[in-house]
Design a protein around this ligand. Structure first.
Ligand code: PLP
Length: 361
């Protein structure tokens, strides 16, 4: 089969060596005669596998001991509700930084939680989300402030946390850049990320939460309670065993590659290569302002919708797949997650140069 480069924003490309390992172990996991999909989540085959995955994730992200690590279900989207249910306790008020689509989904869900107020404390709407917003000093007392570290659709990313947020309890949605860029876990009260970009198959969500922020809330349904999930090591009900297993293999792969700092270096190199071309091209351009640019999701346009469409089709025919931008912003988007190889970006730029010449750019 011809080489394909998959630029999908998610579910996204996984390391080829991990996929091959899954294939080779799929029929009999650790010579048990059972597939990983068939083993009991109460067996040591599972608990050992889960414990190792957690240990490796702790190592990769330097997660301090006072944080619980949970492997839950429901995607990033369930966290939009689960966070306010559990953390908006004292003041029943949370602050949100509006950086676009996914931040807005988080705000909408928080507002559905009874008695909770969700305030937008800063917004990038005036630049159509091509920048990150200035965050003012916050006067109200918030139980936490939520920010989306990487905006998958708009292509903006926080490299540093806004100074005005020092001293606040931060909740970070890292769904699209967990382990693509180094953050200090200790700066956050809670971090969450759906698996299907940098971690593994959809169906598992990583939650990293400072233990002292959790208090028992007997009125919460068990599946919505971090305390109850933590007490049962994420196996309150049948956990997503296959997704956790693949995530564990990806964590090992990440450690073998040199960990998060190495990933960040590679991601910066990939992104810089594409941005350099975009900034010099007469046909294509990147709408996001330089200091806010994501290293994992890179939107670009020609400025002509019909030409964008021609480009997407031609790229697809040349093995450069899933370059269509999100329906809400149009244009193109190249997603360069951890497992995406540098050669794929070189091929894309080569193809864009040829396309540019062919239309007389
Ligand atoms: N947050 C961000 C930043 C995302 O990119 C996504 C999905 O792409 C979500 C949340 C929603 O994740 P899920 O589909 O796992 O619910």
């Amino acid at each position: 089969m011809a080489q394909i480069y998959n630029f999908s924003a998610g579910p996204a490309v996984l390391p080829a060596s991990v996929i091959r390992q899954v294939q080779s172990e799929l029929v009999s996991y650790k010579n048990s005669g059972m597939s990983i999909m068939e083993i009991s989540h109460r067996s040591s085959l599972y608990t050992d596998m889960e414990a190792e995955a957690e240990k490796n994730l702790r190592k990769l992200m330097s997660i301090p001991d006072e944080y619980d690590v949970l492997f839950l279900q429901g995607g990033g989207t369930l966290q939009f509700a689960m966070v306010p249910f559990n953390l908006a306790r004292k003041n029943k008020r949370a602050g949100f930084i509006d950086t676009g689509h996914w931040a807005q989904r988080a705000i909408e869900e928080a507002r559905l939680v009874p008695e909770i107020k969700a305030d937008i404390v800063a917004s990038a709407s005036s630049t159509n989300y091509t920048t990150l917003p200035d965050v003012p000093n916050l006067e109200k007392e918030y139980d936490y402030v939520h920010l989306t570290l990487n905006n998958t659709i708009e292509g903006t990313m926080y490299r540093e946390l806004p100074n005005a947020l020092n001293g606040q309890i931060l909740v970070g949605d890292m769904s699209s850049n967990i382990m693509a860029q180094r953050y200090n876990v200790g700066d956050f009260g809670l971090i969450y990320a759906g698996a299907q970009k940098n971690i593994g198959p959809a169906g598992m969500t990583v939650v990293i939460v400072k233990h002292e922020l959790l208090d028992d809330r007997p009125e919460l349904p068990a599946m919505l309670s971090y305390v109850k999930q933590a007490a049962k090591h994420s196996a309150l009900n049948t956990p997503p065993v296959f997704a956790i297993y693949v995530a564990g293999l990806v964590f090992k792969w990440l450690l073998d590659q040199g960990g998060v700092d190495e990933m960040q270096k590679r991601n910066e190199k990939k992104a810089e290569f594409l941005y350099n071309y975009l900034d010099s091209s007469r046909l294509f351009s990147a709408p996001v302002k330089k200091d806010a640019r994501s290293i994992t999701n890179i939107p670009f346009v020609t400025g002509n919708e019909e030409l964008d469409q021609r480009f997407i089709v031609a790229a697809q025919e040349n093995g450069l797949v899933n370059l269509k931008g999100h329906r809400s912003v149009g244009g193109m988007r190249a997603s360069l997650y951890n497992a995406f190889p540098f050669e794929g970006v070189q091929k894309l730029v080569e193809f864009m140069e040829k396309f540019e010449q062919s239309v007389g750019g």
